[in-house]
Design a protein around this ligand. Structure first.
Ligand code: ADP
Length: 258
């Protein structure tokens, strides 16, 4: 039996995921980086006992990277499934992380898979894969730092059930940081208190703010014995900015609190 990865629920999202899966509806998860999207999908795949195929999308990722391509070897060519085709054949949960980063031609293969046809046409081989009921397509994106042109087209997003995620409530976040980093509740509370202060700062034009992931990293450094201030400098402040003045302003928040 595989272990179910720890996931602290925020607000009913586990039930939503399960119903979407049962109803064979694809899911779009929106939320800032480091708020738990990937962990959530890992947790749900394990709970539903489905294999998980994750693809981190980037600006060079094409439809062929997802679907597959002919490879040449030993004097002959053979077809090699890409991760999406593999996931469809296995009835897996396929998670496309940061999907808006991918090349535009990927929407051509996602659309028939994401509506009620639930098919993946493989143009190169002429095959048309019908997704089994267990298959689920999950995509995520971070609405915060996308430039406007990169947003999802309405024709794409309307095929998906949407879930908005954000950083968890303080109480939930303390539990996460404590559990993930292996620190005391008091230490986790300090980090969450700091995150709240940093997140409230709007005047510093940061692309991202202190995420749960960064708090967990700081907590890990503390668990291995690094003092709080050093851990926060390395895992939170310097991870957020290269700008000296901004880093100083953030460091002042740390000093003011502790
Ligand atoms: P995202 O995919 O949104 O960028 P991740 O799922 O990778 O974020 O989360 C980053 C880290 O934060 C995880 O590895 C985990 O340690 C922690 N984390 C965030 N949210 C949760 C949560 N709700 N339950 C458990 N761990 C969480």
């Amino acid at each position: 039996m595989s272990v179910i990865p720890f996931y602290a629920e925020q607000a009913g999202e586990c039930m939503l995921f399960e119903h979407a899966w049962q109803q064979q509806l694809p899911l779009l998860i929106k939320g800032p980086t480091g708020c738990g999207k990937t962990r959530f999908v890992e947790h749900m795949a394990a709970r539903l006992k489905r294999p998980l195929v994750t693809v981190s999308c980037h600006d060079d990722l094409s439809a062929a990277d997802l679907v597959g391509r002919f490879l040449i070897g030993n004097g002959s060519t053979h077809w090699s499934d890409g991760p999406l085709a593999r996931a469809v054949r296995m009835g897996a949960i396929c998670y496309l992380d940061e999907v808006v980063e991918a090349r535009k031609d990927t929407t051509v293969v996602l659309h028939p898979l994401a509506d009620d046809r639930r098919i993946l046409p493989i143009e190169r081989t002429g095959e048309e894969l019908a997704a089994p009921p267990e298959f689920m397509l999950v995509i995520s994106y971070n609405p915060g730092y996308q430039n406007l042109l990169k947003g999802l087209k309405p024709s794409t997003r309307q095929r998906f059930v949407s879930l908005s995620m954000n950083y968890p409530s303080s109480q939930v976040e303390v539990g996460i940081v404590q559990n993930e980093a292996g620190i005391s509740e008091a230490q986790a509370k300090q980090l969450v208190q700091l995150a709240k202060a940093l997140r409230a700062l709007t005047e510093h034009d940061l692309e991202e703010t202190a995420s749960t992931r960064l708090l967990v990293s700081a907590g890990r450094l503390m668990a291995s014995g690094l003092p709080l201030q050093l851990a926060c400098q390395a895992a939170i402040i310097d991870a957020l900015t290269d700008d000296l003045a901004t880093a100083q302003a953030l460091a002042e928040v740390v000093h003011a609190l502790f």
